[in-house]
Design a protein around this ligand. Structure first.
Ligand code: HEC
Length: 104
């Protein structure tokens, strides 16, 4: 039963290592979709995780601030938004690993 055990370990690892518990990968959604408008030359101005602190990101998403300027809700599923918020929070200005990366 060596192989069987290996599979169980692999499955458990995959669960632990999966990006968040959401179906979406926050970093991929951020770089793929948010940066469409917020990359170096996008219309929304430069945005990166380290631009704001965790609480500011939470407020931005919680109040759906985009809607004031431009409704982006049809472009993202709730899962994707949750995953992006998680990614941004993990790399926010006051996080352990602030990230300015992802810009192109
Ligand atoms: C369809 C284009 C578009 C997409 C996609 C988009 N945004 Fe925006 N975003 C804008 C525009 C336009 C503004 C308003 C800019 C202004 O204030 O003039 C804005 C404003 C913002 C602001 C506030 C202004 C600033 O620079 O701090 C943040 C933060 C932000 N967006 C983050 C995001 C995140 C995170 C995502 C992905 C979930 C995203 N945006 C997806 C167009 C977009």
């Amino acid at each position: 039963m060596r192989t069987g055990k290996g599979l169980i370990v692999a499955a458990a690892l995959a669960l632990v290592l999966a990006p968040g518990l959401y179906g979406a990968d926050g970093k991929a959604v951020f770089t793929g979709k948010c940066l469409e408008c917020h990359g170096a030359s996008g219309a929304g101005g430069k945005v990166m995780p380290a631009k704001y602190a965790v609480r500011q990101w939470q407020r931005f998403f919680g109040e759906n601030r985009h809607a004031r300027k431009l409704d982006i809700s049809s472009r993202f599923t709730q899962e994707e938004l949750d995953a992006v918020l998680e990614y941004l929070s993990n790399h926010a200005a006051d996080s352990e690993k602030p990230e300015a990366a992802g810009l192109r």
